[in-house]
Ligand binder design. Structure first.
Ligand code: 2PG
Ligand code: MG
Length: 412
């Protein structure tokens, strides 16, 4: 047991160079939990607001003026810390204090508690006695809101080494595919600049289908069979394409539009053709019935909600009632506090919804989400493949492989 003795913050920058907040929670004057909040570019309509009036400085001022509400609380008392935040902001989306503040305060407190108890963070967050590694899944080719003009409309083509038996092999395999993809892209287009999107995936001037073909080719060049050693995934991030007025998905860069039915066929065709293991937000964030069609059609593929479910237990309950997805992204900052996110995880577990703990496109170099992925029994950890802020999460998994309590890979 250790009591919070101080809580302080500062303004720093995320990987996109935007301002964010970092919070230090200390217990007993010495156990430091330090967390810097990430932020998204393709943001769900119903996610927590990052900062009041988009100003990290306001969140900082609020925590500085209210630090006494936290001092003296047990650092391990996640509910107590969550309640103290809620006493400052009773809105449903943290619009008064900022979801980024709720994210940083709650995770920093848990990290402080874990240091005080001498246990790793994942163990502090879970009462289980044995754990498995989630499969790292990462962006090898980026478009949409994460890359510039000429890149694919779909946001992310992802790699996951589903055949790997160890975390070391899973990470190494993803890195090898990312690297091979560069060679394939260079062969296809001698003017390819090796430019990368926000999450470290290559950002070539390519149309969606060609980008998928080339990604599959990189896997095959390494002797892999799709669906065996490795599988591709796609984050369609379809709310980016959805045009409310037209009631159509507008693929600006490729120059076509999909009606609702055409979008379902478009996604289904990609899932089948490229033998995807993973399809995220294949339709827009309010299309619960359309997602349900894909979920019924592909029971063995992770049909995943991100903007659809926004790490909200109430929205997930709605998605479960309409059978919209069999998997869901867990992003703590979509929910706000870690307490909210763990409640979401428990609703997911009670209903056989598979979890994928995820980074944001604007990240910090922290690595607590690797622990959160393990503690929440996530099947996958979506944290990218390369880039300092992505590698930080993967390197933490490698450090954790020295730990006796984690054995083997999750069953997808
Ligand atoms: C997503 C995320 C992370 P962003 O859509 O899944 O890949 O992107 O953080 O921009 O929302
Ligand atoms: Mg997404």
């Amino acid at each position: 047991m250790s009591k919070i003795s101080s809580i302080e913050g500062r303004i720093l920058y995320n990987s996109r160079g935007s301002k964010t907040i970092e919070i230090d929670v200390k217990s007993e004057g010495k156990f430091l939990g330090r967390v810097c909040a990430p932020s998204g570019a393709s943001v769900g309509k119903y996610e927590a607001v990052s900062f009041p009036n988009e100003k990290p400085e306001e969140s900082l001022r609020i925590i500085q003026e209210n630090s006494q509400k936290f001092i003296g609380l047990e650092s391990s008392d996640l509910k107590g810390i969550h309640d103290a935040l809620k006493s400052l902001d009773n809105s449903t989306n943290y619009s008064k204090i900022g979801g980024a503040l709720a994210f940083a305060v709650t995770i920093a407190a848990m990290e402080s508690a874990s240091k005080a108890s001498g246990q790793p963070l994942f163990k502090t967050l879970s009462s289980e006695s044995s754990f498995k590694f989630p499969f790292p899944i990462g962006n090898i080719l980026g478009g949409g809101a994460h890359a510039g003009p000429g890149t694919p409309d779909i946001q992310e083509i992802l790699i996951c080494a589903i055949g790997s038996k160890t975390i070391e092999d899973a990470i190494e395999t993803n890195l090898a595919v990312h690297k091979e993809l560069r060679s394939v892209l260079e062969n296809e287009d001698s003017s390819f600049t090796n430019g990368r999107g926000d999450e470290g995936g290559w950002a070539p001037k390519l149309e969606n289908q060609k980008a998928l073909e080339i990604s599959a080719k990189a896997c095959e060049n390494l002797g892999f069979t799709l669906g065996k050693e490795v599988s591709l995934g796609v984050d369609f991030a379809s709310s980016t394409q959805w045009n409310e007025e037209k009631q159509k998905y507008v693929y600006d860069r490729s120059g076509f539009e999909n009606s609702t039915g055409e979008q379902i066929d478009f996604a289904a065709n990609i899932i089948e053709k490229y033998k995807l293991i993973y399809a995220e937000d294949a339709v827009h964030e309010e299309a619960f019935e359309d997602m349900a069609e894909l979920t019924a059609k592909f029971p063995n593929i992770l049909i995943t909600g991100d903007d659809l479910t926004v790490t909200s237990k109430n929205i997930l309950t709605k998605a479960i009632d309409s059978k919209s997805c069999n998997a869901a992204i867990l992003k703590v900052n979509q929910a706000g506090s870690l307490y909210d996110a763990l409640e979401f995880a428990s609703v997911a577990h009670q209903n056989n919804i598979k979890l994928i703990t995820s980074h944001r496109s604007g990240e910090s170099t922290d690595s607590q989400i690797s622990h959160i992925g393990i503690a929440t029994k996530s099947k996958m950890l979506k944290v990218g493949v390369v880039g300092g802020e992505r590698i930080a999460k993967l390197n933490e998994l490698l450090r954790l492989s020295e730990h006796d309590l984690i054995r083997g890979m999750a069953e997808i």
